[in-house]
Design a protein around this ligand. Structure first.
Ligand code: CDP
Length: 221
């Protein structure tokens, strides 16, 4: 049975170049890379050899090691597991929140052409001038934290009429079949629980939304 330490060691050998053919290794450097003693590294190599996971030839100061077909198959199994977690079409998140009114600043910022044009390039639509504020549910706030790992688009800040407008991050999302974007001001003091949504249409009117009504945003990262 291939244990987690074996897999870790096998992966290290493969990363050192041991998949296509033999690579020179000694227990000292392998041990350093795995954070274990040279003796333990040497035992791991022996164990991998006994399990037919690697082939090796002892030479002066070390050994030539290659990952065997069985070894590669075990690594591929690991890869499949990670692929299921992170590969393919990405992970889908649903974030539910309730509509809330803000201070009416969104309309002002969103109507500035310098922002507007960048959003249009990123999202493929000219945004309706304003942001729909959503107060996320407790569960959605937890899920929202994961989105910090996503590849957010950067909307550059600019200067206009002696004022500085900060950079903004933007992440595409969907509300039903309407393509939208989550926007987060660069130096935002908003708590995580509030998200601002931009869309090609007035969402209140399109979806008949009033304050307190629930909306679900779908994000794929
Ligand atoms: O500050 P607040 O979010 O209330 O307003 P705003 O960002 O200036 O947006 C003006 C109004 O349009 C607000 O009532 C928003 O909820 C609404 N809105 C909308 O219906 N659809 C959008 N895509 C953006 C904003």
């Amino acid at each position: 049975m291939v244990g987690p330490e074996d897999i870790e060691c096998l992966k290290r050998i493969a990363l050192r170049g041991g998949l296509p053919g033999p690579v020179f290794l000694n227990s000292q450097t392998l041990g350093d890379e795995l954070g274990i003693s040279p003796q333990t590294a040497s035992r791991r190599l022996k164990s991998l050899e006994q399990q037919n996971m690697i082939r090796r030839t002892l030479i002066a100061d070390g050994q030539q090691v290659s990952v065997s077909e069985e070894g590669e198959s075990s690594l591929r199994q690991e890869y499949c597991d990670y692929y299921r977690l992170f590969g393919g079409k990405g992970r889908n998140f649903s974030l539910e929140g309730t509509v809330e009114s803000g201070l009416g600043e969104g309309a002002y910022y969103m109507s500035l052409p310098q922002y507007m044009q960048q959003f249009e390039q990123i999202l493929g639509f000219a945004p309706y001038p304003g942001t729909l504020n959503l107060r996320l549910s407790q569960v959605a706030v937890q899920r929202r934290k994961r989105l910090t790992l996503a590849d957010w688009y950067q909307v550059a800040g600019f200067e206009s009429e002696g004022r500085t407008f900060g950079q903004v991050r933007c992440l595409p999302c969907m509300i039903g079949d309407i393509p939208c974007g989550i926007v987060v001001p660069g130096r935002s003091h908003y708590p995580d629980a509030l998200v601002e949504i931009i869309a090609p249409v007035g969402l209140r009117r399109e979806l008949h939304l009033n304050d307190g009504q629930e909306v679900v945003i779908e994000v794929s990262i």
